[in-house]
Design a protein around this ligand. Structure first.
Ligand code: FCB
Length: 463
């Protein structure tokens, strides 16, 4: 077993004094106020010409255009926020574009920061709780040009410095923060499998990147609480149940267990014990970080489950596949529809002992009836888990609009509003009506009744 000595990075200085006593926010995640929201990310809705994703493995001209402007959210921000409001939601998750705020070394684009402050203020005026993600995959291209990525301490410093200034600008308006989106997905795509920027491969790079991301979380936890007393600070975690392809095969079961440990458990274990490992076998690299107690809630992102066959198993490709084994068909991204897996991950996540917020759940379907069925089935599972005592405090549908899907492009339709990818016109769908009905505490009215599912949605659940 090799232990990696971790030199603790110095804590960032906490600028200025905390908010005056009379402006201290109340608990932003109370049990009796369930958050019903939609989630978006900056790059996927507005693109970013100065980001590492802007020119990464471009498929064609349309793909390139989408990386630069997304689905036009930057120009249509006010109208899009109105769309959130029209859904009657009380929460909205968005991310700050690091590469638009810091497009070149040493440059700080205050207009972009002011735009984010305006988004948060506008949401509050509409009675909608802003939930801000500080890192959602894309990073400034100039860092990559200097050879910097999450394996390097200098990259961590740049991110902490950006994030600290953003928190300083938004404090007083934003109470719920997500430091990072899905470190496990970011690390598997960009550092283990090499499919996404920076395109690295190998367990060593992956472990280093994961350690540095979680280190950044630990430091930002302190920074945010220093600047925003009473804030709730979380992280999102993509959870994917792994099933042995052939349940009676010992090797398939072992491979599924290894993937579960790498993909799902490594992050949970890090917050439970402070130990960050990425182990294929019972030994491997371990780092110790001050993570215990530095998580006010866990954001769970759930879409599907995966099947694992040992013969195709390879750690760097992760080696899993999707197949329709529940009889509900595959989605437009080829993912199996599996609400049962949602219950499994919620129970596993709740073992951390912090409140959960479902920060992403959704499906790419052009057919509204299929999208609505997915929504109902997953909301029903969530409500059952809540009734069992799983402490879920919010549910965010991915996504408000059809948008740019990483590695796929403009195609999969995750939105409650349909986007015409040529004119960028937005059209409300039946799935939007369905979601609005759930958020309003009513049963779905479009395709029938959900029974008692919605009626319990606003009730605190005693655990
Ligand atoms: C998640 C990402 C999100 C979106 C959905 C479909 O893993 O966090 O940005 O792409 O998948």
């Amino acid at each position: 077993m090799t232990a990696t000595p971790e030199t603790p990075l110095p804590e960032s200085p906490l600028p200025e004094a905390p908010l005056p006593e009379d402006r201290l926010p109340e608990n932003p995640l109370p049990r009796d106020k369930f958050l019903w929201g939609v989630a978006t990310s900056a790059f996927q809705t507005e693109g970013a010409p100065t980001s590492d994703w802007a020119h990464w493995k471009i498929a064609d001209a349309a793909d390139q255009a989408a990386r630069l402007r997304g689905v036009g959210h930057h120009e249509r921000t006010a109208d899009d926020l109105e769309l959130v409001s029209e859904l009657g939601l009380n929460a909205y998750r968005f991310s700050v574009s690091w590469s638009r705020v810091v497009p070149r070394p040493g440059e700080w684009v205050q207009d972009e920061v002011d735009r984010c402050v305006n988004i948060a203020v506008t949401l509050r005026q509409k009675g909608i709780e802003p939930v801000v993600t500080l890192h959602h995959f894309a990073a400034p291209a100039w860092l990559a040009e200097r050879g910097l990525d999450w394996t390097e301490d200098a990259f961590v410093e740049e991110f902490i410095s950006f994030a600290t200034r953003i928190v300083g600008a938004l404090r007083g308006t934003v109470k719920i923060w997500l430091t990072l989106n899905e470190p496990n997905v970011h690390v598997s795509g960009g550092y283990l499998g090499g499919m996404t920027p920076p395109g690295k491969t190998g367990l060593r790079a992956a472990h280093r990147a994961l350690v540095n991301m979680l280190r950044a979380h630990a430091r930002l936890y302190t920074v945010i609480h220093g600047l925003c007393p009473g804030a709730a600070v979380g992280i999102t975690h993509n959870m994917l149940p792994f099933r042995p392809d052939r349940p009676d095969s010992f090797l398939d079961r072992r491979a599924a267990a290894i993937l579960d440990r790498l993909y799902n458990q490594s992050v949970l274990e890090a917050f439970r014990t402070g130990r960050v490992t990425l182990r294929l076998l019972p030994f491997g690299r371990i780092a110790a970080l001050p993570l215990v107690g530095r998580l006010d809630f866990l954001g769970v992102n759930y879409y599907t489950r995966a099947h694992v066959n040992f013969t195709e198993f390879h750690p760097s490709r992760l080696g899993y596949f999707w197949e329709d084994r529940t009889g509900r068909g595959l989605t437009e991204t080829g993912w199996e529809v599996c609400p049962e897996g949602f219950a499994e991950v919620l129970r596993a996540a709740s073992s951390l002992g912090v409140p959960l917020v479902i920060t992403e759940n959704g499906t790419a379907e052009t057919d509204d009836a299929r999208k609505i069925a997915f929504m109902r089935d997953h909301l029903e599972v969530m409500q059952r888990c809540r009734a069992e005592g799983v402490d879920v405090r919010g549910y965010f549908w991915w996504s408000l609009l059809d948008n740019y899907e990483w590695l796929i492009g403009l195609g999969p339709r995750f939105g409650l509003y349909r986007v015409d990818f040529t004119t960028l016109e937005r059209t409300r769908t039946a799935a939007a009506d369905e979601f609005a009905a759930h958020a309003a505490g009513r049963s779905g009215t479009i395709l029938g009744d959900m029974g008692e599912t919605s009626s319990t949605s606003d009730q605190p659940v005693s655990t």
